[in-house]
Write a protein that binds this ligand. Sequence first.
Ligand SMILES: O=C(O)C(=O)C[C@]1(C(=O)O)C=C[C@@H](O)C=C1
Length: 357
Amino acid sequence: MSDDLLKVHRDAIDAIDAQVLQLLNQRAKHAHTIGEIKGGGIVYRPEREAQVLTRIKELNEGPLPDETVARLFREIMSACLALERPLTIAFLGPEGTFSQAAAIKHFGHAASTLACASIDEAFRAVEARSADYVVAPVENSTEGAVGRTLDLMVTSPLKICGEVVLRIHHHLLRSVEGLAGIKRVYSHAQSLAQCHEWLNKNLPADVERVSVASNAEAARLASLDAECAAIAGDAAAEKFGLLKLAQNIEDEPNNTTRFLVLGYQETVPSGKDKTSLVISAPNRPGALAELVEPLARNGVSMSKFESRPSRTGLWEYVFFVDVEGHAHEARLQAALAELRNTAAFVKVLGAYPLAVI
Ligand SMILES: O=C(O)C(=O)C[C@]1(C(=O)O)C=C[C@@H](O)C=C1
């Protein structure tokens, strides 16, 4: 290794860092001025952020991977936005949950996160304006819908303004090495289900599986008792100083959770959007088929259809439908107008950019 050659490259890096620093601060000054132009109004603009990240990925020529440059720019925008006004994001706590990881993935590290005891409380924090946005889990690729989030959206005045897609990796965590002597495994019920096969194969049948309120709570309990293990992610492992006895133990290798971002805000089109609706059909034969017909006729593609019991009548259902495109587009407006004529109830939950990172 030649010290001279190292010095050449390190000098080059020093010179580039000075330029990067100058450019970052120039960018930050523009963001600050944009904040003044917004004049105390809503500073977070999800459609613009999606466009910035998409453009950066398109411009990228490497060698840094697209995902890496997008993550770096995610943090740059987060810091710029904090100069306009720092944001507070409510999530299902405690600290170290996947919901917190999703909030940070979407808003970056300059946003403050507010741990709440339940999804209900996280919604209420935003409704009462103690936080700016809530990030709530809505579906998992293995376990399906998160019913509580769907139910809350039916009545909440908040609108969906973004989505976050997070790969979920679970690990078996313990305060001491080895699988011997584990009497109990704690985790959230969904995570226990997502690691069911792994647990069957790798732990004796008499190891008790105990579901608790969150993975972070599971990690906290495991940190207090060497006879207990927890299934949780990296953030919880780090927070409670636990060892990873086995990594990525989820049965489904593509295990992914989708989260929604909600606030008092309507988002304008970004060019690549999704609209979420909740609708209910009158209780008579053929009503459901009639309900989705206006969507097809107006060329609107459905990307999700999920039914939930309505909380108002026995054996009545509401349907959560995601469609491609933004509610402001003409074909969606036409489909929505027809839907309002046929459906017993229609609510646009929000129109928002597709997740970019
Ligand atoms: O373009 C804006 O409206 C900005 O405030 C700037 C900026 C950015 O840093 O690029 C910051 C925050 C917004 O959410 C979107 C983009």
